[in-house]
Design a protein around this ligand. Structure first.
Ligand SMILES: Cc1cc2nc3c(=O)[nH]c(=O)nc-3n(C[C@H](O)[C@H](O)[C@H](O)COP(=O)(O)OP(=O)(O)OC[C@H]3O[C@@H](n4cnc5c(N)ncnc54)[C@H](O)[C@@H]3O)c2cc1C
Length: 407
């Protein structure tokens, strides 16, 4: 027997966007629940920390919080199927706010599957979870401001950051810095970030081409060299988590969930906020969450006051996308024997023989393992220009016994 829960408003994702949406809606409607796969609220950036700037904490107590609960399917009208530990839970809603965030993008290159090569945010998460990094030499490589945020965090924990390798060219990073300088708040954040990274080499137009145990080979301006390190932390920007929205039938545009001015998707009563609508950091996520919370509870006037702030957030998102666009050379790092699907050990040569995602899955099992294409899907899209073509439930692996009633 499944457990069940019914709430007027259900928010999926307890990151900045979902918390802002739930706290804005709380008290203005009969019941609000927030569902999240992590053990504590806060999403990728706060991860259960007590300090959550921009969130009206007084209202959190009015929200029913279901942590450790992953939404895996939407089996019927106004209904979600979630998994909580060893139990299945049916969650019924009148309005739904999707705030499912984003994940890191990984690009395959020789050695990227070594145990000492990890995601940038992933390494930060493991260290926040208790792993000691003090005294370890770390190279951080990939693209985007997350490299700097993670480097600063790891420095504070005592790591020695040997180098930050940013693939974007210097001119693009300078243009982005000028955009950042126009916002006093972002300028202050950047200054404090740069201060904590004083003395750390930051190389633009630089990327990893091969990792071996204890070192990474980097390339810059046609030169290559080996940089010794205990860990290589890599992340090439973020990929929006749009699977649940796609399953619900929401239209995606350029890979993001399409929303109107009220943050409503193309499905009536289903709203979306934060990184699934555009990658831009915590501030736009909170503003969109609040707008979704206001609109889901019929307070359009209050939502409208936030539109100018959202427009600024959208301009910042565009500047971010422009500056840190991935260079085509990165697609050439993958050799025929490089593993692309690490769940199923599928090499690039096997994948490259096929012209569409369905054939790739059927013939090689790429995308059929525990990550369900979350890691290899965006990689295949970047390498071969073949986007994943469909989303099927369950969107996360679950024990078959739990779903037997629905199969
Ligand atoms: C690994 C990583 C580390 C990051 N670290 C930093 C940092 O140090 N500093 C910084 O400024 N920015 C960081 N960012 C970027 C930051 O997360 C975003 O800018 C911002 O917080 C996005 O907020 P959000 O609410 O849209 O999404 P998120 O914070 O990603 O929250 C989404 C939440 O939805 C949950 N979720 C997703 N799908 C489901 C589902 N089906 N069922 C249940 N729950 C679900 C997730 O568990 C997550 O808690 C990081 C991003 C990533 C991917």
């Amino acid at each position: 027997m499944k457990d069940s829960l019914a709430c007027e408003i259900v928010v999926v994702g307890a990151g900045p966007a979902g918390l802002a949406a739930a706290c804005t809606a709380a008290g203005r409607t009969r019941s609000v629940a927030i569902v999240d796969g992590n053990t504590a609220p806060g999403g990728q950036i706060w991860r259960g920390e007590v300090r959550m700037p921009g969130i009206d904490r007084a209202r959190i107590s009015q929200v029913r919080l279901l942590s450790d609960t992953l939404v895996v399917d939407c089996p019927g009208d106004h209904s979600l199927l979630a998994v909580q530990g060893d139990r299945a839970v049916e969650i019924r809603y009148e309005k739904l706010i999707l705030a499912t965030g984003a994940r890191e993008r990984f690009l395959p290159f020789p050695g990227w599957t070594l145990p000492t090569v990890v995601g940038t945010g992933g390494l930060q998460a493991i260290v926040k979870g208790g792993m000691r990094i003090a005294g370890k030499r770390v190279v951080i490589a990939g693209s985007g401001p997350l490299l700097l945020a993670v480097a600063a965090y790891l420095c504070r924990q005592g790591a020695r950051i040997a180098m930050i390798a940013e693939q974007a060219p210097r001119s693009a990073v300078f243009r982005f810095a000028r955009t950042v300088a126009r916002s006093p708040r972002k300028l202050l954040q950047s200054i404090s970030l740069m201060q904590s990274l004083t003395g750390t080499p930051y190389r633009t137009g630089c990327w990893p081409i091969e990792a071996v145990e204890g070192a990474v080979t980097l390339s810059r301006g046609g030169k290559t060299w080996s940089e010794p390190c205990d860990y290589l932390a890599c992340g090439f920007g973020l990929v929006p988590n749009t699977e649940l929205a796609a399953l619900l039938g929401c239209v995606l545009q350029d890979g993001f969930v399409a929303v109107d001015t009220c943050q409503q998707t193309t499905q009536p009563g289903v709203f979306c906020a934060g990184e699934p609508t555009g990658i831009g950091g915590v501030e736009p996520a909170i503003v969109e969450g609040r707008i979704a919370g206001y609109c889901a509870t019929g307070r359009m006037d209050e939502a409208a006051r936030l539109f100018p702030e959202r427009d600024r957030g959208n301009r910042f998102r565009r500047a971010l996308e422009e500056a840190f666009r991935l260079r085509p050379e990165l697609a050439g790092l993958t050799g025929p024997d490089t593993i692309v699907c690490r769940c199923e050990d599928v090499t690039f040569a096997r994948i490259a023989k096929h012209g569409n995602w369905r054939a790739i899955k059927l013939q090689t099992r790429c995308g059929m393992g525990p990550c369900q294409g979350r890691v290899c899907g965006p990689a295949v899209e970047f390498l071969l220009g073949i986007p994943p073509d469909s989303v099927r439930p369950p969107i996360f692996p679950v024990p078959v016994g739990l779903l037997s009633e629905d199969l």
